[in-house]
Design a protein around this ligand. Structure first.
Ligand code: FAD
Length: 345
């Protein structure tokens, strides 16, 4: 990882946006040669201990099929970020990020209106420019133009669980207690098989499970001595299969005694995930399938992925480059495009 971690700033600038000519071709070439491989091919080049837990886990977490060309890219990116700057957890939970952004917007004179579902562009009268933070499919219905998005594909959905726990998760491997996120899946072969099954439309007996344990690091999340954790695994898009037992079995396998610590649980199938946020079509929390084509051309073209065929209307969600994640870069690039348009209109 060392040369890639050294080049983190350059790689982040080059990758966290639309397809462009690289400013530093050597650093980007070093990253690109690895990123264009399949996650499985890339993992196989690593040492035994790194193969499953680090490489394939990261790719699987993002819903990539491990055998697909280019599936190493996002996992590798997450891994470099993990080494270079870490994976932070917001104190107080993700809501605190929203609260901070809203308070900044309001300090600039902006206003946030919630509780309104926008069904059509006509509900947004008198706006010079509109940036829509919606998925490619909703854009088609809101803007009444299905043509441009017909090639867009959604990826697997997620089955999500939240637990209130009597104590921390009793991992057999002590190191896991010091990680905010634990990727639970066993060997590379097991993880790859589980994710491939999902892409075939099946529900794996031993799913690849991403577990977060924020209360280990943030005492605002649970009462004293108690803990919370949440997890998800991939399931076929739109699935209504209940993965509760399989997820808990998988955690119990690596943390014997986990079940005895559960005080309460909540589960969300893909339909609950979509009800919670209309952008998560069929439970896909990544804003679209992470295929090689959609890595760059999400959802329309590689050269202007934010501009829609409708004058002054921009897409700024995770359905655009650089894709899912709490990085804000989809909005950043869409805003730059919109500013350019505003200057000439
Ligand atoms: C369980 C889970 C865990 C995750 N973990 C991580 C993580 O650890 N790290 C990370 O970086 N990312 C994580 N993500 C992904 C990350 O949250 C998303 O990629 C990111 O929030 C996408 O941002 P966005 O701006 O595209 O849209 P969103 O954050 O989804 O915001 C879109 C908003 O628009 C609203 N909306 C949709 N349609 C309409 C409409 N028609 N009218 C009005 N409002 C509408 C939605 O309700 C929503 O509030 C996770 C996601 C989930 C679900």
């Amino acid at each position: 990882m060392s040369p890639l971690v050294r080049d983190w700033e350059t790689i982040a600038r080059g990758v966290m946006g639309p397809l462009r000519l690289p400013r530093n071709p050597i650093a980007m070439g070093r990253f690109g040669l690895r990123a264009m491989r399949s996650a499985r091919g890339f993992a196989n080049a690593g040492c035994d201990r790194a193969r499953a837990g680090v490489v394939c886990g990261h790719c699987g977490a993002l819903g990539y099929a491990a055998g697909v060309q280019g599936s190493a890219a996002a996992g590798l990116m997450l891994q470099i970020a993990g080494h270079a700057v870490g994976w932070p957890l917001p104190r107080g939970g993700a809501q605190s990020i929203t609260d901070a952004m809203v308070s900044y917007l309001e300090s600039l004179g902006g206003e946030v209106v919630t509780g309104v579902r926008v069904e059509s562009l006509e509900e947004l009268p008198g706006v010079g420019v509109a940036l829509l933070d919606v998925g490619a499919r909703q854009l088609a219905s809101i803007a009444g133009d299905a043509q441009s998005w017909r090639l867009f594909r959604y990826g697997p959905g997620v089955f999500k669980m939240d637990w209130a726990l009597e104590g921390p998760i009793p991992w057999s491997a002590l190191d896991c207690s010091f990680a905010g996120t634990v990727h639970v899946g066993g060997t590379l072969e097991e993880i790859a098989a589980a994710e491939a099954a999902v892409w075939r439309g099946e529900h794996p007996e031993r799913p690849f499970v991403l577990v977060a344990q924020p209360s280990m690091f943030d005492d605002t999340r649970a009462p004293q001595l108690r803990h919370v954790a949440w997890a998800y695994c991939h399931v076929p898009n739109g699935s209504d299969f209940d993965m509760t037992e399989r997820i808990e079995n998988q955690i119990e396998r690596f943390a014997p005694g986990f079940r005895e610590r559960i005080l309460a649980r909540s589960v969300m199938k893909t339909s609950d995930i979509e009800d919670y946020n209309a952008n998560y079509v069929g439970g896909d929390i990544a804003g679209g399938a992470n295929t090689l084509r959609q890595l760059f051309a999400r959802p329309v073209s590689a050269f202007s992925p934010y501009r829609t065929p409708i004058e002054g209307v921009y897409l700024c969600s995770a359905s655009t480059p650089p894709g899912a994640g709490v990085h804000g870069m989809c909005g950043y690039w869409a805003a730059l495009d919109a500013l350019k348009w505003l200057r000439t209109h």
